[in-house]
Design a protein around this ligand. Structure first.
Ligand code: UDP
Length: 253
C-alpha cells in the first residue's frame, strides 16, 4: 500500500473517497506492470455507492479506501455523481469484469489465489478460469472466514502457495478490511483486489444482468428480481446515495 499508481491520471473525490479517472485499458496496463515488476502489495478497490455510504459511518473503512493504490468506480451512481461535480470519470469497471480482464492478460504462469465465497464456489471458479485463461494458474482456493481470528490460517495458505495475484471475495467492507489487515504479511502477493460477488458470477451461482441492462444502469433491478433480500442494499444505492450526495454538495458551499 501507499505507493501510488505511476500513470499521471486525475484523482477525484466523491463523499470523501478518492476515485481514479482511468480507462479500463489503463487499469489493466497498471496491474500488468505490477505483476511483471518487483513491486508488492498493489491494492485495488472498486468502490460503489453502497460502499461510500458505509464509509460515512465506518471510519476505519473510510481510511482504508483512502490508502488503496487504485479506486475504480463500480456503479452507475458513482459515474453520475462524478458528472454532476463536473469531473466525469472515464469508465465504470465492475469487480467481476476487471478480475476477468486481468486473468485474460496476466503473464504466462501467473500464480493466483482465490479467497472467499461459500464453500466450493472458489474451486468452481478456479476450474472455469483455468479453462478460459490457460495463461494463468490458480494455485490455491480457500473459502475461509473474514473475521480476524481466521487471518493466520488464510495467510499461511496464501503465503505457502506463493501466490502473486490475490482476489478476495468477502463482500464490502469485510474484504477491504481483511486486505488492509493482512496485506503487509503476504509475502509474495504483488496485486490484491476485493471482488465482492465475482466468484458467484463467474462460477454461475448467480446470473449476471444482460449486457443492455447493465449498460443503461439497470443492473440493480435485475439483481432485485434474482435476490429480493438485497432490497435494503438496492435502496441504499439507488435512493439513499443520490440524496446523501446531493445534500453533501450543498453543505460544501
Ligand atoms: N462472503 C463470504 N463470507 C462472508 C460474507 C460474504 O465468503 O462472511 C462472500 C459471499 O459468499 C459472496 C461475497 O462474499 O460471494 C459477497 O457478495 P456480495 O454480492 O455481497 O458482494 P458485493 O455486492 O458487496 O460486491
Amino acid at each position: 500500500m501507499n505507493h501510488h499508481a505511476t500513470t499521471n491520471h486525475e484523482r477525484i473525490t466523491i463523499l470523501e473517497i478518492p476515485f481514479d479517472s482511468i480507462k479500463n485499458t489503463e487499469v489493466l496496463t497498471l496491474v500488468l506492470e505490477k505483476l511483471t515488476g518487483n513491486s508488492k502489495h498493489f491494492f485495488v478497490a472498486t468502490p460503489n455507492p453502497e460502499m461510500l455510504l458505509e464509509a460515512r459511518k465506518n471510519e476505519q473503512f473510510k481510511k482504508i479506501l483512502n490508502t488503496t493504490d487504485l479506486n475504480i468506480p463500480d456503479g452507475f451512481g458513482i459515474m453520475l455523481a462524478s458528472g454532476i461535480i463536473g469531473k466525469p470519470l472515464k469508465e465504470r469497471v465492475t469487480g467481476t469484469d476487471c478480475m476477468q480482464a486481468i486473468c485474460h492478460y496476466a503473464p504466462e504462469g501467473t500464480k493466483i489465489f482465490l479467497l472467499g465465497a461459500a464453500p466450493g464456489v472458489a474451486e468452481k471458479t478456479k476450474e472455469i478460469l483455468e479453462k478460459r485463461y490457460p495463461n494463468i494458474k490458480v494455485i490455491g482456493t480457500h473459502s475461509g472466514f473474514p473475521a480476524a481470528e481466521n487471518d493466520e490460517q488464510s495467510r499461511h495458505l496464501i503465503n505457502q502457495s506463493g501466490a502473486e495475484l490475490l482476489f478476495v471475495a468477502y463482500g464490502a467492507p469485510k474484504q477491504e478490511m481483511w486486505i488492509a489487515r493482512n496485506l503487509p504479511h503476504l509475502t509474495h502477493v504483488k496485486v490484491v483486489m476485493g471482488v465482492g460477488g465475482a466468484f458467484d458470477f463467474i462460477s454461475g451461482q448467480i446470473k449476471r444482468a444482460p449486457y443492455w441492462m447493465r449498460k443503461i444502469g439497470l443492473e440493480w433491478f435485475y439483481r432485485l428480481t434474482k435476490q429480493p433480500t438485497r432490497i435494503g442494499r438496492i435502496f441504499n444505492a439507488t435512493i439513499k446515495f443520490p440524496i446523501v450526495f446531493v445534500i453533501s454538495l450543498f453543505q460544501k458551499r
